[in-house]
Design a protein around this ligand. Structure first.
Ligand code: GCO
Ligand code: MG
Length: 402
């Protein structure tokens, strides 16, 4: 089965998405997500200018060989742009293979290991009371696991607090908006938030929290310890992980489970974290970590150390990524949880999909391939709208990690 054509579709049904569509001489096509929030056109160019020309004429069934060809062949290995581009090709080829076999991708991977994919939703509010109400609303919607983020008194633009309550999108302006971060206010506040959440909602619901790279390792250790009574499912990205060894210090101080990896793009980014059992959940995802082919390797390494998966699933990852992720999640033996932020109705209309939510679980459906399509005519009605992620500064004006 030969690849006869490929194109990149950039569309903005509420937010920007980059999608690769690969066509074959047998009339089958596949799609893959290539969205890198705030840097979308870099991946679009990488695909159009450098990858598509070398795909034409190749055998679409040789997924592994094409992955190796693009990874080794670039010479310049790794990095979010390269790995998102490779992921898009990889996902589209798994989609094609599934369609050729008449099976959903999870069947090709080895079949379902579970009946459904446990997901967590995002509840956020302007203050503790509001966040407590929002968590209650998610419980009513059927969620078994909920991430809670709250505005912090005196902190302008705390991470994770949406303007609306259902659809959160941090990339909100053409030039990065500026937020201010205050570590001591946050460290004093966060335990109070979870104390109230447990008092009102009890311990049956799983609660998660994202620190979004804001703390130093010793501060992260202290927060983890202070949150221990509230039994978090995980504390996410508590400190930047470029230096993986930094997590030794965090780990020495807390038994709160740790999750890291949404900005990783390679197994090498998480090798030390996994092999030294410095984390409990690895958050690499299909689109930013080289596709299903590479995610399989990361998950297999993680399984040796009882580290489970917890893939990133924010709204900047398109439904095409979600469809692929859910097929992966239904199969992967060491699955932990899947993040699920709902897309807007406009986005869902551009990407018709087979996956469904029921009582806290998603299922990828049984359509052949990844179970997600793109309506190109509709996509064309939503032109690219440049948007960037915010930046964060400390109260003295110095740059910090957003
Ligand atoms: C998460 C993430 C996101 C990111 C976003 C950046 O845990 O869902 O931290 O909200 O900030 O994906 O584009
Ligand atoms: Mg996160």
């Amino acid at each position: 089965m030969k690849i006869t054509g490929a194109k990149v579709i950039v569309t903005c049904p509420g937010r920007n998405f980059v999608t690769l569509k690969i066509e074959t001489d047998q009339g089958l096509y596949g799609i893959g997500d290539a969205t890198l929030n705030g840097r979308e056109l870099s991946v679009a160019s990488y695909l159009t200018d450098h990858v598509i020309p070398v795909l034409i004429g190749r055998d679409a069934s040789r997924i592994e060989d094409i992955w190796q060809y693009l990874y080794r062949g670039a010479y310049w290995r790794r990095g979010p742009v390269t790995m998102s581009a490779i992921a898009a090709v990889d996902t589209a080829l798994w989609d094609i293979k599934g369609k050729a076999a008449g099976m959903p991708v999870y069947q090709l991977l080895g079949g379902a290991s579970r009946d459904g994919v446990l997901v967590y939703g995002h509840a956020n509010g302007n203050d503790i009371e509001h966040t407590v109400d929002e968590v209650g609303r998610y419980i009513e919607l059927g969620y078994k696991a909920i991430r809670a983020q709250s505005g912090i008194p005196g902190v302008k633009g705390a991470y994770g607090v949406a303007k609306g309550t259902m659809y959160y999108e941090p990339a909100d302006s053409a030039l990065p908006s500026e937020t201010v971060w205050n570590t001591s206010s946050y460290l004093n506040f966060a335990p109070k938030l979870f104390d109230k959440l447990r008092e009102v909602h009890g311990y049956d619901v799983e609660l998660l929290h994202d620190v979004h790279h804001r703390l130093t390792p010793i501060e992260a250790g202290r927060l983890g310890r202070d949150l221990e009574p509230y039994r978090l499912f995980w504390m996410e990205d508590c400190t930047p992980a470029e230096n993986q060894e930094a997590f030794r210090l965090v780990r020495q101080h807390t038994t709160t489970p740790l999750a890291v990896g949404e900005i990783f793009n390679s197994i090498h980014d998480c090798r030390t974290l996994i092999q030294e059992q410095l984390i409990d959940y690895i958050r690499t995802t299909v689109v930013h970590a080289g596709g299903i082919t590479h995610l399989k390797q990361i998950a297999a390494l993680a399984a040796l150390y009882q580290v489970r998966t917890g893939s990133h699933g924010a709204t900047d990852l398109s439904p095409a990524c979600m469809g692929a992720a859910l097929n992966f999640d239904l199969w992967v033996p060491n699955f932990g949880i899947q993040e699920y932020m709902r897309h807007t109705e406009e986005t869902d209309a551009v990407f018709p999909h087979a996956y469904t939510f029921d009582d806290g679980y998603l299922h990828p459906g049984n359509e052949p391939g990844i179970g997600v399509d793109i309506d190109e005519a509709l996509a064309a009605k939503y032109p690219y709208d440049p948007k960037q992620l915010p930046v964060a500064r400390l109260t003295d004006g110095a740059m910090w990690n957003w």
